[in-house]
Design a protein around this ligand. Structure first.
Ligand SMILES: [Zn+2]
Length: 118
């Protein structure tokens, strides 16, 4: 069955893949009732070898380039850090950030399968 939750998650993933990452971040921020994170293409010096990172102080998601910008796993992972940063003092643990991203990707796949079967 398709729930509103699954459809929401699938929509977010679809937006990122469709190169509308800003809109995806809008939806995510509304959904979780947090301020929208800033988004920047370009990494801080210390993290120049990474694909993406989240800078808590500036509430900024840094991505290394377009590839990362339109990669739902990367964006959702970093959004999870933002969410944890906004909602409580604890920093998101990597494992949970990955689970968060996975959950969205699974919703996307599930929704796709459902649509193609019916
Ligand atoms: Zn991380």
């Amino acid at each position: 069955m398709l729930t509103a939750d699954l459809l929401f998650k699938a929509k977010v993933v679809n937006l990122i893949i469709s190169k509308d990452t800003e809109k995806a971040l809008d939806l995510l921020s509304q959904h979780y009732r947090v301020a929208k994170p800033n988004l920047k293409v370009g990494m801080p010096k210390r993290h120049s070898r990474k694909l993406a990172c989240y800078a808590a102080k500036k509430r900024m998601i840094h991505v290394s380039g377009r590839e990362a910008l339109y990669n739902p796993r990367v964006i959702l992972h970093e959004f999870y850090h933002h969410l944890r940063n906004c909602s409580d003092a604890q920093r998101g643990i990597e494992k949970y950030a990955e689970k968060f991203a996975d959950n969205y990707l699974q919703a996307y796949v599930h929704t796709h399968n459902y649509v193609s079967k019916t």
